[in-house]
Design a protein around this ligand. Structure first.
Ligand SMILES: NC(=O)c1ccc[n+]([C@@H]2O[C@H](COP(=O)([O-])OP(=O)(O)OC[C@H]3O[C@@H](n4cnc5c(N)ncnc54)[C@H](OP(=O)(O)O)[C@@H]3O)[C@@H](O)[C@H]2O)c1
Length: 245
């Protein structure tokens, strides 16, 4: 199997190329800066000529939009791991998925998939408890809160039928019923931590996921590409990959 990695010079792009080499998956790097990689402007031509099984995009949102165009033009399956899109981007993913198989995941860790399930259940069981979410990432991360945090917030809000996020607190800011506190920390080289705190009735429950290496994301991205390669056009989720592999 051959896959193209866009954003190949980045931290996650590098981890994906390393993990692919261990699995005997051939990768074609697409990047502005990596020696021997294909130029982003040349992506469409290379997809046309080399017909890879899929593209894995782990770049920046502005680049991802160009990658979508190239994949749609060449009917190449696309796995998007990039985060930090505007809300409207989801419609663009939907439109593209009418023509190609497209899987977008803000987190390729299987443990985060389990975390989503546990959080949904705990929030449902502890109806009146206060909820605070804290996420921590390395000091180079561009978007905040993380894509995973946003996804967890949507899960909580769907379960609680409310939407009242409070981002950090300062000064006189007492907690209101139904607030969901959101806290973002950026420091060092931390790969990614997400903690949900539920507190009430003289007790507190925390559920935490910690990525210990980027290898966990690389493995999930490659599993997704393999799973997506032979699918018909449509919008897919990482939960479907986890359910079947
Ligand atoms: N889904 C997941 O499980 C998961 C896990 C971790 C991270 N992520 C996401 O994956 C994306 C990449 O993360 P990363 O840690 O690998 O980031 P990174 O190290 O900054 O790499 C991003 C790459 O994108 C390229 N790029 C294109 N246009 C750019 C621009 N205008 N400014 C800066 N870089 C640009 C750069 O490559 P060239 O300059 O060589 O083209 C860069 O190496 C982020 O959105 C991150 O949140 C997802």
């Amino acid at each position: 199997m051959t896959i193209v990695v866009t954003g190949a010079s980045g931290k996650l792009g590098t981890a994906i190329r390393d993990a692919a080499a261990e699995r005997d998956i051939e990768t074609i790097a697409c990047s502005r800066s990596l020696d021997g990689s294909i130029e982003p402007a040349e992506l469409e031509r290379h997809l046309e000529e080399r017909t890879p099984a899929a593209v894995i995009d782990v770049s920046v949102p502005e680049r991802t939009h160009e990658v979508i165009d190239a994949c749609v033009a060449t009917k190449t399956p696309l796995v998007i791991g990039t985060t930090g899109f505007a809300v409207e981007a989801s419609e663009r993913f939907d439109r593209a998925s009418e023509q190609i198989p497209l899987l977008k995941a803000s987190n390729f860790a299987r443990g985060v998939h389990a975390l989503e399930t546990l959080v949904r259940e705990a929030v449902g069981l502890l109806e009146s408890y206060d909820i605070e979410l804290t996420e921590t990432h390395h000091n180079r991360k561009r978007d905040a809160p993380s894509g995973t945090a946003k996804s967890l917030l949507e899960t909580i809000e769907a379960e609680r039928e409310l939407d009242d996020r409070v981002f950090g607190r300062e000064g006189h800011q007492p907690r209101s019923d139904g607030n969901i506190g959101v806290h973002v920390r950026r420091a060092g080289s931390i790969h990614g931590e997400h903690e949900i705190l539920l507190a009430g009735n003289d007790e507190a429950l925390t559920i935490t996921h910690r990525a210990e290496s980027r290898r966990v994301f690389a493995a999930g991205a490659l599993d997704s590409a393999r799973w997506l390669a032979d699918r018909p056009a449509g919008r897919y989720a990482f939960s479907e990959v986890v359910a079947e592999q």
